[in-house]
Write a protein that binds this ligand. Structure first.
Ligand SMILES: C[S@@+](CC[C@H](N)C(=O)[O-])C[C@H]1O[C@@H](n2cnc3c(N)ncnc32)[C@H](O)[C@@H]1O
Length: 243
Protein backbone atom coordinates (compact mmCIF):
# COMPACT_ATOMS: atom_id res chain seq x y z
CA UNK A 1 0.00 0.00 0.00
CA UNK A 2 1.26 3.49 -0.84
CA UNK A 3 2.45 5.49 2.16
CA UNK A 4 -0.05 8.28 1.44
CA UNK A 5 -2.99 5.88 1.31
CA UNK A 6 -1.87 4.18 4.52
CA UNK A 7 -1.60 7.57 6.21
CA UNK A 8 -5.07 8.67 5.14
CA UNK A 9 -6.90 5.38 5.70
CA UNK A 10 -9.65 5.99 8.22
CA UNK A 11 -9.45 9.79 7.90
CA UNK A 12 -12.74 11.36 6.79
CA UNK A 13 -11.43 14.26 4.79
CA UNK A 14 -8.32 14.88 2.70
CA UNK A 15 -8.38 18.68 2.72
CA UNK A 16 -9.64 21.51 4.94
CA UNK A 17 -13.43 21.84 5.04
CA UNK A 18 -16.60 20.90 6.90
CA UNK A 19 -20.13 19.73 6.14
CA UNK A 20 -21.32 23.28 6.86
CA UNK A 21 -18.95 24.72 4.26
CA UNK A 22 -20.00 22.19 1.60
CA UNK A 23 -23.64 22.90 2.37
CA UNK A 24 -23.15 26.69 2.22
CA UNK A 25 -21.39 26.42 -1.15
CA UNK A 26 -24.07 24.07 -2.49
CA UNK A 27 -26.86 26.47 -1.48
CA UNK A 28 -25.13 29.25 -3.41
CA UNK A 29 -24.39 26.99 -6.40
CA UNK A 30 -27.96 25.67 -6.63
CA UNK A 31 -29.80 28.94 -5.98
CA UNK A 32 -32.32 29.58 -8.77
CA UNK A 33 -31.18 26.60 -10.83
CA UNK A 34 -32.15 22.98 -10.91
CA UNK A 35 -29.15 20.69 -10.55
CA UNK A 36 -29.82 17.31 -12.14
CA UNK A 37 -26.22 16.27 -12.72
CA UNK A 38 -22.96 16.88 -10.87
CA UNK A 39 -19.40 16.04 -11.91
CA UNK A 40 -16.93 15.81 -9.03
CA UNK A 41 -13.28 15.49 -10.06
CA UNK A 42 -10.81 14.47 -7.32
CA UNK A 43 -13.52 13.22 -4.96
CA UNK A 44 -11.03 11.37 -2.72
CA UNK A 45 -12.83 9.34 -0.06
CA UNK A 46 -16.00 11.36 -0.56
CA UNK A 47 -16.14 14.06 2.14
CA UNK A 48 -18.26 16.15 -0.27
CA UNK A 49 -19.74 13.35 -2.41
CA UNK A 50 -21.87 11.87 0.36
CA UNK A 51 -23.16 15.27 1.41
CA UNK A 52 -23.97 16.32 -2.16
CA UNK A 53 -25.96 13.09 -2.53
CA UNK A 54 -27.87 14.03 0.60
CA UNK A 55 -28.40 17.69 -0.31
CA UNK A 56 -29.53 17.09 -3.89
CA UNK A 57 -31.42 14.61 -6.03
CA UNK A 58 -28.78 14.92 -8.76
CA UNK A 59 -26.95 12.12 -10.50
CA UNK A 60 -23.32 12.44 -9.37
CA UNK A 61 -20.29 11.32 -11.38
CA UNK A 62 -17.31 11.36 -9.01
CA UNK A 63 -13.82 10.49 -10.19
CA UNK A 64 -10.42 9.95 -8.60
CA UNK A 65 -7.23 8.15 -9.55
CA UNK A 66 -6.86 6.47 -6.15
CA UNK A 67 -8.71 3.14 -6.23
CA UNK A 68 -8.44 2.66 -2.44
CA UNK A 69 -10.33 5.93 -1.81
CA UNK A 70 -12.96 4.92 -4.39
CA UNK A 71 -13.37 1.46 -2.81
CA UNK A 72 -13.90 3.03 0.60
CA UNK A 73 -16.38 5.53 -0.83
CA UNK A 74 -18.24 2.76 -2.68
CA UNK A 75 -18.91 1.06 0.65
CA UNK A 76 -20.19 4.27 2.22
CA UNK A 77 -22.41 5.03 -0.81
CA UNK A 78 -23.87 1.51 -0.57
CA UNK A 79 -24.47 1.96 3.16
CA UNK A 80 -26.50 5.15 2.65
CA UNK A 81 -28.37 3.55 -0.25
CA UNK A 82 -27.66 5.99 -3.05
CA UNK A 83 -25.55 3.85 -5.38
CA UNK A 84 -28.26 4.19 -8.06
CA UNK A 85 -27.37 7.86 -8.59
CA UNK A 86 -23.68 8.05 -7.68
CA UNK A 87 -21.20 6.73 -10.25
CA UNK A 88 -17.60 6.38 -9.04
CA UNK A 89 -14.92 6.11 -11.70
CA UNK A 90 -11.17 5.60 -11.56
CA UNK A 91 -10.36 8.35 -14.02
CA UNK A 92 -7.76 11.08 -14.43
CA UNK A 93 -9.31 14.56 -14.14
CA UNK A 94 -6.69 15.98 -16.52
CA UNK A 95 -7.97 13.74 -19.35
CA UNK A 96 -10.72 15.11 -21.56
CA UNK A 97 -14.23 13.68 -21.52
CA UNK A 98 -16.32 12.62 -24.50
CA UNK A 99 -17.94 15.73 -25.97
CA UNK A 100 -21.38 14.43 -25.05
CA UNK A 101 -20.79 14.77 -21.27
CA UNK A 102 -22.84 17.66 -19.85
CA UNK A 103 -23.23 18.53 -16.20
CA UNK A 104 -25.26 21.22 -14.43
CA UNK A 105 -22.62 21.59 -11.72
CA UNK A 106 -18.92 20.78 -11.41
CA UNK A 107 -17.85 20.36 -7.80
CA UNK A 108 -14.16 20.39 -6.95
CA UNK A 109 -13.18 20.61 -3.28
CA UNK A 110 -9.45 20.69 -2.60
CA UNK A 111 -8.48 19.02 -5.88
CA UNK A 112 -8.21 21.71 -8.55
CA UNK A 113 -4.44 21.95 -7.94
CA UNK A 114 -4.17 18.65 -9.84
CA UNK A 115 -5.00 20.59 -13.02
CA UNK A 116 -4.39 24.23 -12.17
CA UNK A 117 -7.26 26.71 -11.95
CA UNK A 118 -6.97 28.11 -15.49
CA UNK A 119 -6.74 24.72 -17.15
CA UNK A 120 -9.70 23.46 -15.14
CA UNK A 121 -11.91 26.49 -15.86
CA UNK A 122 -11.06 26.36 -19.55
CA UNK A 123 -11.45 22.59 -19.94
CA UNK A 124 -14.64 22.31 -17.92
CA UNK A 125 -16.54 24.74 -20.16
CA UNK A 126 -17.13 21.87 -22.62
CA UNK A 127 -18.58 19.73 -19.84
CA UNK A 128 -21.14 22.23 -18.52
CA UNK A 129 -24.73 22.53 -19.67
CA UNK A 130 -25.73 26.09 -20.73
CA UNK A 131 -25.59 28.32 -17.64
CA UNK A 132 -23.91 25.50 -15.72
CA UNK A 133 -22.05 26.25 -12.52
CA UNK A 134 -18.74 25.41 -10.87
CA UNK A 135 -17.90 25.27 -7.16
CA UNK A 136 -14.17 25.13 -6.53
CA UNK A 137 -12.21 25.38 -3.29
CA UNK A 138 -8.55 26.25 -3.60
CA UNK A 139 -5.58 27.45 -1.60
CA UNK A 140 -4.76 31.14 -2.18
CA UNK A 141 -2.44 33.79 -0.79
CA UNK A 142 -4.21 36.36 1.33
CA UNK A 143 -0.97 38.26 1.86
CA UNK A 144 0.44 40.40 -0.95
CA UNK A 145 3.94 39.71 0.43
CA UNK A 146 4.00 36.18 1.87
CA UNK A 147 7.04 35.21 3.96
CA UNK A 148 9.83 33.59 1.99
CA UNK A 149 9.70 30.45 4.15
CA UNK A 150 6.08 29.70 3.34
CA UNK A 151 6.57 30.54 -0.33
CA UNK A 152 9.48 28.07 -0.44
CA UNK A 153 7.43 25.45 1.39
CA UNK A 154 4.51 25.42 -1.07
CA UNK A 155 6.86 25.66 -4.04
CA UNK A 156 8.81 22.60 -2.85
CA UNK A 157 5.46 20.82 -2.41
CA UNK A 158 4.62 21.57 -6.05
CA UNK A 159 1.61 23.72 -5.16
CA UNK A 160 1.17 27.03 -6.99
CA UNK A 161 -0.87 29.63 -5.11
CA UNK A 162 -2.48 32.67 -6.70
CA UNK A 163 -3.44 35.70 -4.64
CA UNK A 164 -7.13 35.57 -3.59
CA UNK A 165 -8.04 38.46 -5.91
CA UNK A 166 -6.10 37.01 -8.85
CA UNK A 167 -7.81 33.65 -8.41
CA UNK A 168 -11.21 35.38 -8.37
CA UNK A 169 -10.26 37.28 -11.54
CA UNK A 170 -9.43 34.01 -13.36
CA UNK A 171 -13.16 33.18 -13.46
CA UNK A 172 -14.10 36.24 -15.52
CA UNK A 173 -10.98 35.81 -17.64
CA UNK A 174 -12.20 32.31 -18.53
CA UNK A 175 -15.75 33.45 -19.35
CA UNK A 176 -17.49 32.72 -16.02
CA UNK A 177 -19.50 35.03 -13.78
CA UNK A 178 -18.37 34.74 -10.17
CA UNK A 179 -21.51 34.36 -8.05
CA UNK A 180 -19.84 34.34 -4.64
CA UNK A 181 -16.72 33.35 -2.74
CA UNK A 182 -15.91 32.87 0.91
CA UNK A 183 -12.86 32.12 3.05
CA UNK A 184 -12.89 28.93 5.13
CA UNK A 185 -12.97 29.50 8.90
CA UNK A 186 -9.97 28.26 10.91
CA UNK A 187 -12.07 25.34 12.19
CA UNK A 188 -12.02 23.92 8.64
CA UNK A 189 -8.24 23.46 8.97
CA UNK A 190 -8.67 21.83 12.36
CA UNK A 191 -11.18 19.39 10.87
CA UNK A 192 -8.44 18.25 8.50
CA UNK A 193 -5.29 18.56 10.58
CA UNK A 194 -6.80 17.35 13.90
CA UNK A 195 -7.40 13.72 12.83
CA UNK A 196 -4.24 13.80 10.70
CA UNK A 197 -2.04 14.65 13.70
CA UNK A 198 -3.28 11.47 15.38
CA UNK A 199 -2.57 9.43 12.25
CA UNK A 200 0.97 10.83 12.00
CA UNK A 201 2.00 10.17 15.60
CA UNK A 202 2.88 6.45 15.37
CA UNK A 203 4.94 6.93 12.19
CA UNK A 204 7.07 9.66 13.75
CA UNK A 205 8.43 7.34 16.45
CA UNK A 206 12.02 6.21 15.74
CA UNK A 207 12.23 2.76 14.06
CA UNK A 208 8.42 2.49 13.93
CA UNK A 209 7.88 2.83 10.20
CA UNK A 210 9.50 2.49 6.78
CA UNK A 211 11.67 5.37 5.61
CA UNK A 212 8.98 6.37 3.09
CA UNK A 213 6.31 6.44 5.72
CA UNK A 214 8.37 8.44 8.20
CA UNK A 215 9.39 10.93 5.49
CA UNK A 216 5.75 11.45 4.54
CA UNK A 217 4.63 11.83 8.15
CA UNK A 218 7.45 14.35 8.72
CA UNK A 219 6.39 16.33 5.64
CA UNK A 220 2.79 16.58 6.89
CA UNK A 221 4.04 17.50 10.35
CA UNK A 222 5.90 20.39 8.71
CA UNK A 223 2.80 21.45 6.75
CA UNK A 224 0.85 21.64 10.02
CA UNK A 225 3.61 23.68 11.66
CA UNK A 226 3.62 26.03 8.65
CA UNK A 227 -0.10 26.63 9.16
CA UNK A 228 0.53 27.56 12.79
CA UNK A 229 3.33 29.96 11.85
CA UNK A 230 2.09 31.45 8.57
CA UNK A 231 -1.65 30.75 8.59
CA UNK A 232 -2.44 34.46 8.30
CA UNK A 233 -0.83 34.53 4.85
CA UNK A 234 -2.85 31.90 2.98
CA UNK A 235 -6.36 30.50 3.16
CA UNK A 236 -8.72 28.07 1.54
CA UNK A 237 -11.44 29.86 -0.43
CA UNK A 238 -14.62 28.52 -2.07
CA UNK A 239 -15.42 30.12 -5.42
CA UNK A 240 -18.86 29.58 -6.97
CA UNK A 241 -19.37 30.71 -10.56
CA UNK A 242 -21.70 30.39 -13.54
CA UNK A 243 -20.82 29.93 -17.19
C1 LIG B 1 -6.48 16.89 -1.38
S1 LIG B 1 -7.40 15.50 -1.97
C2 LIG B 1 -9.06 16.15 -1.90
C3 LIG B 1 -10.09 15.06 -1.89
C4 LIG B 1 -11.53 15.45 -1.58
N1 LIG B 1 -12.10 16.29 -2.59
C5 LIG B 1 -11.65 16.10 -0.21
O1 LIG B 1 -11.95 17.30 -0.14
O2 LIG B 1 -11.46 15.40 0.81
C6 LIG B 1 -6.99 15.44 -3.69
C7 LIG B 1 -7.53 14.22 -4.42
O3 LIG B 1 -7.18 14.30 -5.80
C8 LIG B 1 -6.91 12.99 -6.27
N2 LIG B 1 -6.13 13.11 -7.51
C9 LIG B 1 -4.81 13.43 -7.65
N3 LIG B 1 -4.50 13.53 -8.95
C10 LIG B 1 -5.64 13.25 -9.64
C11 LIG B 1 -5.96 13.19 -11.04
N4 LIG B 1 -5.04 13.46 -11.97
N5 LIG B 1 -7.22 12.89 -11.40
C12 LIG B 1 -8.17 12.62 -10.46
N6 LIG B 1 -7.92 12.67 -9.11
C13 LIG B 1 -6.68 12.99 -8.73
C14 LIG B 1 -6.19 12.32 -5.11
O4 LIG B 1 -6.24 10.90 -5.20
C15 LIG B 1 -7.00 12.87 -3.92
O5 LIG B 1 -8.08 12.03 -3.63
Amino acid sequence: MDAIIQLFSGVNRLAPGSPGITEKAFRIASAGRSIASIYEPGCGNGAATLLLAELSTAHITAIDTCQEFLDWLTQRIDQVGCSDRVALLNRDMTESWPKTAQFDLIWCEGSVYNMGLDQALCGWKNLLSPGGRVAISDLVWTSRAPSQEIQDFWKADGVTLLHHEEAAARFAANGYRLLDSFVFPEQAWQNYYGPLVEQLAPYLEPFSASNDMRALATAFQKEIRMRREFGGEYEYVFFIAEL
